[in-house]
Design a protein around this ligand. Structure first.
Ligand code: GRF
Length: 212
């Protein structure tokens, strides 16, 4: 059983989607070891408590990033976390944090990366006039909203959309995408190959095609 550490700062709907997927056996081989927040009154922490999950608050306000992150890493290790899932965690991770869980931190972002990283991606998509947007689950590296893409789901942008209506349409896709991405990472069936996250057999087929 792989132990997940969920990090959140707010509402926690992606956390709930992951917890529900585990409960209904759509996401197998995983359990939530700890739900950690940097915000004491995050609704996601209340939701985790209601589900009987272990929670911990490591407040970030007024603390140096490295100092705060060292405590978060210690807590994750204390709970023997295998895979860290950022789910609306509004903090940039220090390099030491990323290095402590190399290729073991996932994030979800509500745009089709590399388009529209950073804040207000739905607003950015509307301003750019693109025809579609979506969500991306990716491994976390030292850059913000960057790292090998695990999977993406797209949605159309419709006439009359505003930031809220687009965010709501993307969020529906996020709730399916995150558990699916975790399942892929835990399955051992996928590997990083040429900067892409692909099924093992397709990467070896590619390797064969290249070597002949
Ligand atoms: C989601 O849109 C996620 O993609 C982004 O932050 C939001 C968090 O929502 N990183 P929730 O707290 O999971 O409901």
């Amino acid at each position: 059983m792989k132990r997940l550490g969920i990090l959140l700062s707010g509402r926690g709907s992606n956390f709930i989607a992951i917890a529900d997927a585990i409960k209904s056996h759509r996401l197998m081989g995983a359990e939530i070891a700890i739900v950690l927040s940097n915000v004491a009154d995050a609704p996601g922490i209340q939701a985790a408590k209601k589900r009987g999950l272990k929670t911990v608050v490591v407040e970030s306000k007024g603390r140096a990033r490295a100092d705060h992150d060292n405590e978060v890493v210690a807590r994750l290790n204390q709970h023997r976390v295998d895979l860290v899932c950022l789910a609306g965690y509004m903090r940039i991770l220090s390099p030491r944090f990323v290095q402590s869980f190399q290729q073991r931190i996932l994030n979800i972002h509500p745009s089709l990366l590399p388009q529209f990283p950073g804040l207000h991606p739905q607003r950015q998509a509307l301003a750019a006039g693109v025809a579609e947007s979506g969500c991306t689950v990716h491994f976390v590296d030292e850059q913000v909203d960057h790292g090998t893409i695990i999977l993406q789901r797209s949605v159309p942008i419709l006439p009359g959309d505003d930031e809220d209506s687009l965010a709501a349409r993307i969020l529906v896709q996020e709730h399916g995408a995150y558990p699916e991405a975790i399942a892929r990472v835990l399955s051992d069936q996928y590997v990083c190959s040429d900067g892409r996250y692909v099924r093992r057999d397709s990467s070896s087929a590619h390797a064969r095609a290249v070597s002949t």
